[in-house]
Design a protein around this ligand. Structure first.
Ligand SMILES: *Cc1c(COP(=O)(O)O)cnc(C)c1O
Length: 362
């Protein structure tokens, strides 16, 4: 008998998502924090995980109340906005948080929307939840095109609009007035502001958390994968109206956050200032790289994140490959002609600049 798996029609031939995980000396391709957790945090994680391990025969706290409360306190300290514990939700990475949002608020006959260049995972959440996907565009300088967005939203009436701020892959943050106006345009739908990179924003750039009280349809997602130096933990979260969190409880798998995940996240949050201790240095490193690239006449998008989008190249693939030959892995992503580099340690940035100088423009 010849048998092949009964794969859904729309999944046939689709490649799994993911940046290449290559073993090269300088990895600047997935926007991780280059600094591992300090020894004191590792020790605290080990202690708390050992405690959790002693109770592994039991299911974890399904509502992860202690963790929600710690995340709430962290958000208040970071942004000055204090929400209720019932307004916080978390899952295994903000990718799972967003899948929950699509499971609850997308679905057959509904539309999810974003504006390119945007995060390349969004269409996959839509596909996996049988939600139609509509992608508009930004202005050529990557700023938000409100008139275009208003027209597209009026035409398709999306139930979910996803906007990263700072945007991946461009680094562009959204001003308050844009977020407020899009929230109004989205009306009965939800507007998800994906603040995966919020901690890296430049002084004076606001967080959309400040708008939460005025817009019940606003959802702000965050993650511990980037500034928090905990990509391996898989912990993302959001702040929203409590009714949004109640809806997500319906679609989540029971006990989706393991005891060890909760213990690790609590240990990390107890040491938030230490884990975030390198953020200022990474921001300075980013601003220095932007200047360095501009001095050499590269086009560079303003960045509020821990990466920089630069170009423009006639053959970006060749540049990407030749940087790799020099041991430097960056990301071929975003509009044609551009490349994205994550901010690493000073040594890594030197290696990147040396390699780029050798490779030159193509
Ligand atoms: C990295 C990133 C995330 C974080 O994903 P996790 O699942 O939390 O690791 C979310 N949104 C954007 C735009 C990102 O670049």
């Amino acid at each position: 008998m010849t048998w092949s798996p009964p794969l859904r029609e729309e999944l046939r031939g689709v490649e799994p998502y993911g940046a290449p995980q290559l073993d090269v000396p300088v990895q600047l391709n997935t926007n991780e924090n280059p600094y591992g957790p300090p020894a004191e945090v590792v020790a605290e994680i080990a202690t708390r995980v050992a405690q959790a391990a002693g109770r592994l025969n039991r299911y974890p706290d399904r509502d992860f109340t202690a963790l929600r409360s710690a995340l709430r306190d962290y958000l208040a300290a970071e942004s000055g906005v204090r929400v209720a514990v019932e307004q916080v939700w978390a899952a295994n990475g903000s990718n799972e948080v967003m899948l929950h949002l699509l499971q609850a608020f997308g679905g057959p006959g509904r539309v999810a929307m974003s504006f390119a260049p945007t995060y390349s995972m969004y269409p996959e959440y839509a596909r996996d939840t049988h939600t139609a996907w509509v992608e508009g565009h930004r202005h050529d300088d990557f700023s938000f095109d409100l008139d275009h967005a208003a027209a597209l939203i009026a035409e398709h009436r999306p139930s979910v609009v996803l906007l990263p701020s700072p945007n991946n892959p461009t680094g562009t943050a959204l001003p308050h007035d844009v977020v407020g106006q899009v929230a109004a345009l989205v009306g009965d739908g939800v507007l998800v502001i994906d603040e995966a990179y919020a901690e890296f924003r430049r002084t004076g750039t606001p967080s959309a958390l400040e708008l939460l009280a005025d817009h019940p349809n606003l959802v702000i997602t965050r993650t511990m994968s980037k500034a928090f130096a905990a990509a391996g933990l898989r912990l993302g979260y959001l702040a929203a109206d409590p009714r949004v969190c109640d809806a997500l409880r319906v679609v989540r798998l029971p006990y989706h956050l393991s005891s060890t995940t909760q213990a690790t996240a609590l240990a990390a949050l107890a040491h938030a200032p230490v884990l975030l201790g390198r953020v200022d240095q990474l921001r300075k490193e980013r601003d220095a790289l932007v200047r360095w690239l501009r001095e050499r006449d590269f086009a560079v998008a303003d960045s509020d994140a821990n990466f920089v989008l630069f170009g423009r190249f006639d053959n970006r693939r060749a540049v990407w490959e030749q940087l790799l030959d020099h041991g430097v892995l960056i990301r071929e992503v975003g509009p044609a002609g551009w490349l994205r580099v994550s901010i690493g340690t000073p040594d890594e940035m030197e290696a990147f600049k040396d390699a780029l100088t050798k490779v030159g423009r193509q």
